[in-house]
Design a protein around this ligand. Structure first.
Ligand SMILES: Cc1cc2nc3c(=O)[nH]c(=O)nc-3n(C[C@H](O)[C@H](O)[C@H](O)COP(=O)(O)OP(=O)(O)OC[C@H]3O[C@@H](n4cnc5c(N)ncnc54)[C@H](O)[C@@H]3O)c2cc1C
Length: 257
């Protein structure tokens, strides 16, 4: 068994594969060596924390797992570039299969509640917020009988991460998975009326929300206004960068090959 300290430490993991998802997002699949397998076991919806060299600092960033243990052999995260973002661009520009990163084992409470066997799931994802949602969708389809509705907002069609993968899950589970794409270029930013339309008839669902701040605020406020999801049925994952750490205590070269 691993020590409690190991759960909070960073461990070197090698990238097995880099998958270009869209012009500004890539997925990174990791090899977990047998001695670390137990530590890196995860629940769908959880995230990994990376320690990344940047100038004279080591920055910490969380990235949600887009893989699901029930169908993906190796853990995978998906990182979308943020304008002038230090780590998201570094991932997309510098990392290759064979690079090694320092990674903290999975954490997070944005997970399925297994006791809610009959409650449908309504997921609102915006942009890279689809990452943990993708993991939850796959797991819910494979391990429960719950109906799943995904409302997925993006700037335009080209920026939809996992578009084909979602379509193949929809084709495999046509009675249980519905995917409603919202494109800003066609419909403008998502607003309250879109949100309310999306949950008609599903007011008794568990709701999962992940995306840019203003997107999440609109969804949360629209649910609250209709008193939908009250009593602990709304789950939110906020994507934020932590405050800056102090200077690095170790030399920090670029990603190790
Ligand atoms: C639990 C969790 C899960 C997450 N999962 C994902 C995921 O699956 N996929 C994903 O893509 N992201 C995810 N994120 C977000 C991710 O952790 C990072 O916050 C994101 O990639 C941005 O990091 P960055 O280093 O690129 O940007 P940063 O360098 O932190 O910059 C963030 C913003 O601040 C601005 N900025 C930076 N430096 C300055 C400065 N000196 N002055 C003024 N403005 C500045 C940048 O322009 C940018 O807009 C998650 C976050 C959390 C907390």
């Amino acid at each position: 068994m691993s020590s409690p300290d190991a759960k909070h430490a960073f461990h070197p993991l090698r990238i097995a594969e880099v998958v270009r998802e869209t012009a500004d997002a890539s997925s990174f699949v990791f090899e977990v060596p047998p001695p670390l397998e137990a530590l890196f076991r995860y629940a769908p919806g959880q995230f990994l924390t990376f320690e990344v060299p940047f100038q004279n600092m080591r920055l910490h960033r969380c990235y949600s797992l887009s893989s699901a243990p029930e169908c993906d052999a190796q853990p995978k995260v998906t990182v979308k570039r943020i304008e002038r973002g230090r780590v998201s661009n570094w991932f997309n520009d510098e990392l290759r299969a064979g690079s090694t990163l320092d990674v903290k084992p999975p954490e997070g409470l944005f997970v399925l509640r297994r006791e809610e066997a009959d409650r449908p799931l309504v997921m609102f994802a915006g942009g890279s917020g689809v990452t943990p949602v993708m993991s939850l969708v796959k797991s819910a389809l494979l391990t429960t009988r719950r109906r799943v509705k995904l409302v997925y907002a993006n700037r335009d069609r080209a920026s939809i991460i996992f578009r084909d993968e979602l379509e193949s899950w929809r084709a495999r589970f046509p009675e249980r998975l519905a995917v409603a794409h919202h494109l800003d270029v066609e419909q403008g930013f998502m607003h309250a009326a879109h949100v309310k339309d999306a949950f008609v008839g599903l007011e008794h669902a568990d709701f999962y929300i992940c995306g840019p701040g203003p997107f999440m605020d609109i969804v949360e406020a629209s649910l609250e206004e209709r008193r939908v999801g009250s009593g602990g049925h709304v789950f939110i994952e906020r994507f934020v960068s932590p405050t800056e750490p102090g200077p690095s205590r170790r030399p920090t070269p670029s990603p190790r090959e």
